[in-house]
Design a protein around this ligand. Structure first.
Ligand SMILES: NC(=O)c1ccc[n+]([C@@H]2O[C@H](COP(=O)([O-])OP(=O)(O)OC[C@H]3O[C@@H](n4cnc5c(N)ncnc54)[C@H](OP(=O)(O)O)[C@@H]3O)[C@@H](O)[C@H]2O)c1
Length: 368
């Protein structure tokens, strides 16, 4: 096997940490000596040992003289665990092959320099694009202090998210819906608007075996989430935040009693200020959000510039209806040149349905 293949294996290992390490990165490590794998590991959960230490801990023979393949630059600072560079130096490893640089200001190239300064041979950038993509959430969060937001919606081939009656169950098939549940377990939080809570009465849980429920966030400017909704009925056992501009403590009371947390957010143009909400959630270490809103909230989120990625599930169906809803509402842009441009699209077939995942171009000047 060559460097790329061993790094591919380290990437596979890293993915096992998905949904368990936030707001830390997913990292995988493989130790190789004389072309034999002698140890492997990954960062398993937040606060637990890093991938390099796990690989060293399960070595089948002495790591002296071995090569370490690691998807992210080894850390060189004391956090919840001691620096991995220390463990690497102590072990006698003589070569380190790295995928991504660590943008954490406490590391940012210093881990590589420290190892190189001690005579360790370093190879950088192996499978870099794949390693960077694996940790897009971590890179965004460490750089901005705000959550990485993935706007997700399901629509028919004629661009409808519900029939003209408002009925929306189900647009997509089982395979696509299973993928949504996987993503709910992967991101820290799921967020929707009070409009969707009223229309669909969703639970917004991760219904996968062994899956982790995300924090649920409801955007509710005036605090009108129905007390009888499934979200409120389950708030005692599933963490739930209602973000609101309502300051009336008496109106808060029944929600708090039901187990919800009220998060005060300022009002802007009649709705919640989503930029302020992102700052507040980032301060609480919410590194990622799956936005499962209706068209009204989706438009506001795009306008506020908080959306990083769009996931469009497309079902091979046509619903018709001039009044049937589409995934992004609001006033819209006046001209195609003013569009929100998407890039780096990846297309996946999920049963009969298609998933298109694209990044939102953030540096486009909008003139409306
Ligand atoms: N197919 C899909 O993927 C999918 C997903 C979700 C929803 N849906 C469908 O979408 C429909 C509901 O859409 P919707 O647009 O009415 O619901 P929504 O976008 O989920 O909620 C909109 C409401 O959120 C509140 N809100 C709070 N802060 C906001 C902000 N900054 N910007 C915008 N809104 C904010 C507003 O009510 P307040 O002013 O009272 O706060 C607003 O009316 C339903 O038919 C549902 O089935 C489909």
């Amino acid at each position: 096997m060559n460097d790329t293949e061993y790094m591919g294996l380290a990437l596979q290992l890293a993915r096992n940490g998905c949904g368990h390490v936030n707001p830390n990165p997913m990292v995988g490590a493989v130790l190789v000596k004389d072309n034999r794998i002698i140890g492997q590991g990954y960062h398993e959960r937040y606060g637990a040992p890093h991938a390099e230490r796990n690989a060293l801990a399960c070595c089948t023979e002495s790591p002296a003289g071995a090569t370490l393949y690691v998807t992210l630059e080894p850390c060189c600072h004391y956090g919840k665990t001691p620096p991995c560079t220390e463990a690497v130096l102590k072990s006698g490893i003589c070569r380190v092959v790295i995928g991504s640089h660590d943008p954490n200001p406490l590391v940012a190239g210093k881990g590589i320099e420290l190892l190189r300064g001690q005579g360790i041979e370093i190879a950088e950038g192996v499978l870099k694009a794949e390693c960077d993509r694996l940790n897009e959430v971590f890179f965004h969060f460490i750089g901005t202090g705000k959550p990485y937001v993935v706007m997700k919606y399901a629509m028919t081939m004629d661009g409808k998210t519900a029939a003209y009656t408002g009925a929306s169950k189900w647009i997509t098939g089982e395979t696509a819906r299973r993928r949504v549940h996987e993503d709910r377990g992967r991101y820290s939080a799921v967020m929707t608007g009070v409009g969707t809570v009223i229309a669909d009465d969703p639970l917004l849980t991760c219904r996968m075996e062994g899956g982790r429920n995300p924090l649920r966030i409801i955007c509710d400017t005036k605090l009108r989430t129905p007390h009888s909704s499934q979200i409120i009925a389950t708030a005692h056992r599933i963490p739930t935040i209602i973000a609101t501009a309502c300051k009336d403590l008496q109106v808060h009371q029944p929600y708090i009693k039901a187990g919800c947390r009220i998060l005060p957010v300022s009002q802007k143009d009649g709705y919640l200020d989503l930029k302020e909400l992102m700052v507040k959630l980032g301060e609480e270490k919410v590194d990622s959000i799956l936005l499962e809103g209706g068209g009204i909230l989706n438009w506001s989120a795009l306008q506020a510039g908080i959306v990083n990625k769009v996931q469009t599930y497309i079902a091979p169906k046509l619903l018709g209806g001039a009044a049937a809803r589409s995934p992004v509402a609001g006033i819209g842009v006046p001209h195609p040149d003013d569009a929100f441009f998407l890039t780096n699209s990846i297309i996946t077939c999920l049963g009969e349905d298609i998933l298109v995942e694209s990044e939102v171009q953030s540096n486009v000047h909008r003139n409306y």
